[in-house]
Design a binder for this molecule. Structure first.
Ligand code: CA
Length: 237
């Protein structure tokens, strides 16, 4: 598949019920999205790995054959933080978990839903994620850039020489400027094996990360602590 096969507003639909998938795909296609459909959980990560151009949004069913939607959501969020995720679920009791940063979905839609609702939510989520990286807000981000392949962060072109954990923390926070992350949420992103670390470990990694940024920009505080809650990435007031 060539990169041009995925247009700007490409959406990956992961749904094992053919009727729902077809209905949603038709609606999205009729609303200037380029939908692609997968019906098995195990197909999702390999499909994304092969993409030269990632979809902007994944509509992810919770209950799937193979790898389930929760696991996929977590994996996608960690590996491709720039991709927005909307969960499709019939299990209302899961909603808090889905939206909590524990999993990091951008939104959820409860089944049964109307395809029109899906299109409206997709537009809203994409608008939000674009606003987060819009030119103005991103003027300073352009100065601070992440090289995902090399796990490097460059500030005004200087390599900050981050450790893998520091890089991961910065990447997670930069994905959602202004969003406050608790230490627990950050821990979840730091170690993929979910080993138990203390909240002080997070503080100490953040401290080192800030110090490295301060070496390049002594005047700018882009990682802010929120007293009693956690941290956020906010380049400008
Ligand atoms: Ca299903």
């Amino acid at each position: 598949m060539s990169p041009t096969d995925l247009a700007t507003d490409s959406v990956l639909i992961v749904e094992d019920e053919p009727k729902i998938a077809r209905l949603v795909a038709d609606y999205l296609a009729g609303s200037d999205f380029a939908p692609h459909h997968l019906d098995h959980g195990d197909a999702v990560l390999p499909w994304l790995e092969e993409r030269e151009t990632l979809p902007e949004l994944v509509l992810l069913d919770l209950m799937l054959p193979g790898t389930d939607g929760l696991t996929l959501c977590r994996e996608i969020r960690q590996r491709w933080p720039q991709v927005a995720i909307i969960m499709l679920t019939a299990r209302v009791e899961e909603v808090d978990r889905l939206l909590g940063l524990e999993l990091g979905a951008d939104d959820y839609i409860c089944k049964p839903f109307s395809p029109r609702e899906v299109v409206a939510r997709a537009r809203a989520v994409l608008r939000r994620s674009r606003a987060a990286t819009a030119p103005d807000a991103a003027a300073s981000e352009a100065l601070l850039s992440l090289d995902d392949e090399g796990w490097r962060a460059l500030a005004d072109g200087h390599d900050l020489a981050l450790t893998a954990v520091e890089f991961q923390l910065l990447r997670v926070m930069m994905h959602s400027p202004g969003r406050i992350f608790s230490r627990e949420q950050l821990m979840d992103h730091m170690y993929r094996d979910h080993r138990i670390v203390s909240e002080r470990t997070v503080d100490s990694h953040i401290k080192k990360l800030r110090k490295k940024i301060a070496e390049v920009w002594p005047e700018r505080e882009i990682i802010r602590s929120v007293y009693g809650v956690g941290y956020k990435y906010q380049p400008e007031e």
